[in-house]
Write a protein that binds this ligand. Structure first.
Ligand code: ZN
Length: 392
């Protein structure tokens, strides 16, 4: 394909509806949205993608993916595998944020950064957070602040575990120090410096976060607690937290058993938040892709281990629209503009002239992902990957 691509006749959602329009992409950018006249492309070699009957949306952003694999809660053989390029692109995702997870010993920051660099070389956008579940945070340089300022790929900290038996059970001052260091790194480098918080199943739920916001000067936008839909009592607290100005992330990977046991699906969680009048901009979805999903029997014995999938991200958006009746723009925002704005991902999350040419063409009726473009390059066409990872 030539480096100029014109996408014709699609209905554009930026995620706000822009109506029917054409897009011209050049290099890795969106050059123009609107009427593209012959004069715009005179003497230039270009390719045309016909998007009649399709929606054109921003490339999806998955803000929490175990790109190197995660898990290991059932011993070494339960360490989950790393992600491959086409797992990501076939799911409509063009930007992701990689995290380590439970294990900060056999999973390291150097490995995480190398994997992120590899995914970038393969054509998508990847950032990472420093640390794992634990405090003190094991960083790349020895300091959270330095990691964020000095290492291009690192844009925040996490996932730090709270209210979980696998957490370090930090007291308020230790947690506050981590969040402050991360915030300072963000301020000095023009990044978000957000701390992504893994919320566990403990009845303590968001106690610590509320204390942190009450007793320090840290603004709510510095924290993104995730898995806030994992059980009914945490979800009730998530409602309160968001009503007080907090940002919340809902995990889309799940199992039938988790839902039967009371997990609130991300789609339902979004619906209940909106019904309570919470601004949708405070809500993001992430897949927890490649994370482990351990299953336990009634005696607490592990009976199986599933694995999170990035494909759940778009499925949850479709479910929110189809089954919960949420309007398309609002549902789409949770995986595009909202995470881009919260994590300060420049040029990402919206279709705008001069912004990155990351987009997905979906069928208007089925909402199936058909064509995926990352940084101006067609990665998936009609559901089939054109670009594969190095070892795929
Ligand atoms: Zn987690």
């Amino acid at each position: 394909m030539s480096s100029i691509i014109i996408i014709e006749n699609g209905e554009i959602y930026s995620p706000a509806s822009l109506g029917r329009a054409n897009l011209m992409l050049g290099g890795s950018d969106i050059l123009k949205i609107g009427d593209i006249s012959p004069a715009d492309v005179k003497g230039i070699d270009f390719d045309v993608i016909d998007a009649s009957g399709k929606l054109v949306i921003p490339g999806l952003i998955d803000n929490h993916v175990h790109i190197c694999g995660g898990g290991g809660e059932g011993g070494f053989r339960t360490r989950t595998p790393e992600i491959s390029l086409t797992d990501i692109t076939k799911a409509g995702i063009t930007t992701l944020i990689g995290v380590l997870g439970t294990d900060g010993t056999t999973r390291t920051m150097t490995n995480l950064i190398a994997k992120a660099n590899g995914l970038e070389e393969e054509g998508i956008t990847c950032r990472v957070l420093t640390g794992s579940y634990q405090i003190p945070v094991r960083t790349a340089t020895g300091s959270i602040t330095d990691d964020i300022i000095l290492i291009d790929k690192i844009i925040g900290t996490g996932e730090i575990a709270l209210a979980d038996h696998r957490s370090s059970h930090p007291d308020l001052s230790r947690l506050a120090a981590v969040v402050s260091d991360s915030r300072l790194g963000g301020i000095l480098s023009g990044k978000s410096g957000i701390v992504n918080i893994h919320m566990g199943d403990s009845r303590r739920t968001i106690e610590m976060l509320l204390k942190l916001l009450e007793e320090t000067e840290i603004p709510p936008s510095q924290l993104l607690p995730t898995h806030m839909n994992r059980n009914p009592y945490l979800f009730e607290k998530a409602l309160d937290y968001a009503l007080q100005g907090g940002f919340v992330d809902f995990t889309t990977s799940t199992t039938k058993q988790f839902i039967e046991e009371g997990e609130v699906s991300a789609a339902k969680a979004l619906k209940r938040m909106i019904d309570r009048g919470i601004p949708a901009e405070r809500i993001t979805f992430s897949s927890d892709g490649q994370g482990s999903l351990p299953q336990f029997d009634s005696a607490g014995r592990m009976t199986g281990l599933g694995i999170g999938s990035v494909s759940s991200l778009w499925n949850a958006v479709v479910q929110a629209v189809r089954e919960e009746g949420i309007d398309f723009e609002t549902a789409l925002g949770t995986v595009t503009a909202n995470p881009a704005s919260l994590y300060r991902l420049a040029g990402k999350g919206q279709l705008r002239e001069g912004w990155d040419a990351d987009m997905v063409i979906v069928d208007r009726e089925t909402l199936a992902v058909e064509t995926v473009i990352a940084k101006g390059k067609v990665m998936v066409k009609n559901g089939e990957p054109l670009v594969r990872g190095t070892f795929e």
